[in-house]
Design a protein around this ligand. Structure first.
Ligand SMILES: Nc1ncnc2c1ncn2[C@@H]1O[C@H](COP(=O)(O)OP(=O)(O)OP(=O)(O)O)[C@@H](O)[C@H]1O
Length: 255
């Protein structure tokens, strides 16, 4: 059974069919790319998966359970986390608080112990602080733990966003253009980081990305969307030489 199964998924906005009859299967541990020209429907797919949008038609099954009518926080609790194309951090909070908020979504202590500050609350907080700090170390952000998130350079904000997503302890991580705005060196480092966190956290990753060197470099399989429909799928080498893909990217560099 795949970890994620998307069957005949469609989403219309008025007369526009942003996603049309989409079928995707992702197995545990895979690193999969979702590419396509601007406006192809990639982010809409993420919004459908995470409960931001309600589907028009189709079925999404995640960890053997259908995801239907769930709010984004419920999808997070089921084990799916995402980052956004335009970074969305709590920009006025500290770096470490951004990650601790993610752990709060998975917290084990009860609301009563939080409200009355019972001992369980404090041990829970301490544990969260420790775990958040561990994550920051992985992302080389431990020295910036007390810094206000908005003061971080752009590349570090992107890394913090991934750290925060991992704080919810997901099985499936959705990355929406993680290399956007990064220079070639940062993109190269990010590629290694993505590979590494997949192993370390036993993650399955679905990645939207326009940077072809990154997509082709890290993904095992790639789905190509155009006008809301899948026009090609396969290994990076097959995708690079697929005439439909080359045509969809007309004038753009595919390799
Ligand atoms: N909330 C919405 N209301 C109306 N139309 C929308 C909405 N969200 C997305 N769309 C439309 O759906 C289509 C797909 O958009 P989407 O953002 O998913 O594309 P994308 O592949 O992620 O593009 P990009 O690479 O530029 O981010 C576009 O035509 C877009 O204008």
């Amino acid at each position: 059974m795949p970890l994620l199964k998307i069957e005949n998924l469609s989403k219309s906005f008025g007369g526009l069919k942003a996603v049309s009859n989409l079928n995707i299967e992702i197995n545990q541990g895979e690193l999969i790319g979702l590419i396509g020209p601007n406006g192809a429907g990639k982010t809409t797919v993420f919004n459908l998966l995470t409960g931001v949008y309600e589907k028009s038609e189709g079925k999404i099954t995640f960890q053997d359970k259908e995801l239907s009518g769930l709010k984004p926080y419920q999808v997070t609790q089921r084990g799916m986390a995402r980052t956004f194309q335009n970074i969305r951090l709590f920009s006025d909070l500290s770096v470490i608080d951004n990650v601790k908020i993610a752990y709060h979504q998975r917290t084990s202590y009860s609301t009563a112990s939080a409200v009355f500050r019972l001992p369980g609350y404090y041990s829970g907080e301490a544990e969260m602080e420790r775990k958040a700090m561990e994550l920051l170390k992985i992302f080389h952000l431990e020295d910036k733990a007390q810094e206000t998130a908005k003061n971080l350079p752009y590349g570090e904000q992107r890394r913090l966003e991934i750290a925060r997503a991992l704080g919810t302890e997901p099985k499936l991580l959705l990355l929406d253009e993680p290399a956007a705005g990064m220079n070639p060196q940062e993109t190269h480092d990010l590629m290694n980081l993505i590979r590494w966190i997949r192993e370390q956290f036993k993650l399955t990753i679905l990645l939207i990305e326009h940077d072809m060197s990154l997509v082709m470099g890290v993904c095992e399989r790639i789905y190509v969307l155009d006008y809301g429909m899948i026009i090609a799928q396969g290994a990076p080498d097959e995708i690079k030489s697929n005439p439909k893909v080359i045509e969809a990217y007309l004038g753009e560099e595919v390799v």
